[in-house]
Design a protein around this ligand. Structure first.
Ligand code: AMP
Ligand code: GLY
Length: 426
């Protein structure tokens, strides 16, 4: 079959890598893809949010299955458009994707279905928000309602910071319309974990738990990024906790969405805080996480296409999903200046020295004049897969040490906090 992957980051390269192992897949297209994906398939220059351009391409090229990486096309309704044109596509509908597209919607949904999350208030009026904040105790977290590329979540420690933040979001409109509503919620303490799940809207099967490293610097310092590294599985999420996440969060979410006429088919991503009172949802995403996918897919046994087709057919309950007994650690190599302004077009050296040691997933890269060059903030994800965390960490960094580009930055401590938490049952 011919498969089209929408997107062009490390997550999409990991998807292409996994699909390439399927007996069923004869041809991979990616729109827009990147230099790494172009080694496995054909990249086409269509933007991920050009829904009709993508559907036209799929129709013209008899694409049998489309997979969507990023949230934007999903929240814009790519699945509804493809399905209206009888094109097979994997992912949630526009209405189901609102669980990521609107944080206000997600919070009200969770409240209605008693899914544990931080207590919150929603405002579309600046003065009402400020009146509420004046009366409150801190820390709190202020979130723009709509999509803001991971930047719309701002923790505040006092009223002064809260006032500044509300002004930036609601008056200066730094997130544009995404900030016309805000969610103010309690600051949660604990350990963060990502649990992604396959679901066909009835059956929900969690993947191995993973942990992202969102801050730019070692020791979780500095500003938030799209993610500087990840590892899986987490050693602190034991079976009892997984069961609790399933019973208190995943299953009621899927049942609730069905009851709301927003049946969710695809990947449900739960970003959780493991608090003293148990797991609480910080965010839902309607897609694979990045970089989490770069550590979770290498641990998945079997054929991803088979799982995806059974989800589309509503037969996930018949699937047996197995995981390797290994550990995967992914180190993101980013451009100088990221997550702020950064330069592109730097030569990348050393990729040819990586043989069977680690998996190198490309994110912001291009191939020009016979060379790989940087073309984004996050440039590469280097994933080591091994039988222990220690070994996976050293495998990833041995390969990272062979790669160079001007201004590169990466964290040296990916996976370390996971090692510290080993055996600590939260
Ligand atoms: P989100 O996009 O909602 O997952 O938020 C991005 C990051 O902000 C999360 O991964 C957490 O590190 C942090 N965060 C979000 N909500 C909260 C909260 N209620 N308490 C503490 N940290 C939070
Ligand atoms: N790793 C966070 C995300 O994919 O949104």
């Amino acid at each position: 079959m011919k498969v089209l992957i929408v997107g062009g980051g490390g997550r999409e390269h990991a998807l292409a890598w996994k699909l390439n192992q399927s007996e069923m897949v004869k041809k991979i297209y990616a729109a827009p893809g990147n230099a790494g994906i172009s080694q496995l398939g054909e990249c086409v220059n269509i933007k991920a949010d050009d829904l009709s351009g993508l559907a036209d391409f799929a129709e013209r090229n008899s694409v049998d299955l489309t997979l969507v990486g990023p949230e934007l096309p999903l929240t814009l309704g790519i699945v509804d458009q493809f399905e209206a044109r009888r094109l097979k596509i994997f992912g949630p509908s526009k209405k189901a994707s609102e669980i990521e597209g609107s944080k206000a919607y997600a919070k009200e949904f969770m409240q209605k279905y008693h899914i544990p999350t931080a207590s919150f208030k929603i405002f579309d009026d600046k003065n009402q928000a400020l009146d509420f904040l004046k009366e409150n105790t801190f820390p709190l977290v202020i979130k723009a309602d709509g999509l803001a590329a991971g930047k719309g979540v701002i923790p505040v420690d006092n009223f002064y910071q809260a006032e500044e933040t509300v002004k930036k979001i609601m008056v200066e409109k730094i997130f544009k319309e995404a900030g016309s509503k805000i969610v103010v919620e309690d600051f949660l303490e604990g350990e963060e974990v990502t649990i992604m799940a396959f679901t066909d809207g009835k059956t929900v099967i969690p993947m191995v738990p993973s942990q992202d490293h969102k801050r730019i610097y070692n020791g979780d310092a500095g500003p938030n990024t799209g993610g500087m590294g990840a590892y899986a599985p987490t050693l602190f999420v034991h079976d009892r906790l997984t069961k609790r996440v399933y019973e208190e969060i995943l299953e009621p979410t899927i049942l609730g969405l069905e009851r709301e006429n927003r049946t969710f088919k695809g990947i449900l991503y739960a970003g959780l805080m493991l608090t003293e009172l148990g797991p609480k949802v910080m965010e839902f995403n309607c897609r694979f996480g990045d970089p989490e996918t770069q550590v979770v897919l290498p641990l998945l046994k079997g054929d991803l296409v088979e799982i995806i087709l059974s989800i589309i057919d509503g037969e996930l309950e018949l699937e047996n999903i197995d995981w390797k007994n290994d550990f995967a650690v992914c180190v993101i190599m980013a451009s100088s200046g990221y997550p702020g302004k950064y330069e592109k077009g730097k030569d990348i050296w050393g990729l040819n020295k990586i043989k069977d040691d680690a998996l190198v997933f490309h994110a912001g890269t291009k191939y020009e004049n016979g060379r790989f060059k940087t073309d984004g903030g996050r440039v590469l994800g280097v994933t080591g897969v091994e039988s222990s965390m220690d070994k996976a960490i050293s495998k990833a960094y041995t390969s990272v040490d062979k790669i160079r580009f001007s201004g590169m930055q990466y964290r040296r401590d990916i996976g370390k906090k996971g090692m510290k938490l080993k055996g600590k049952y939260l």
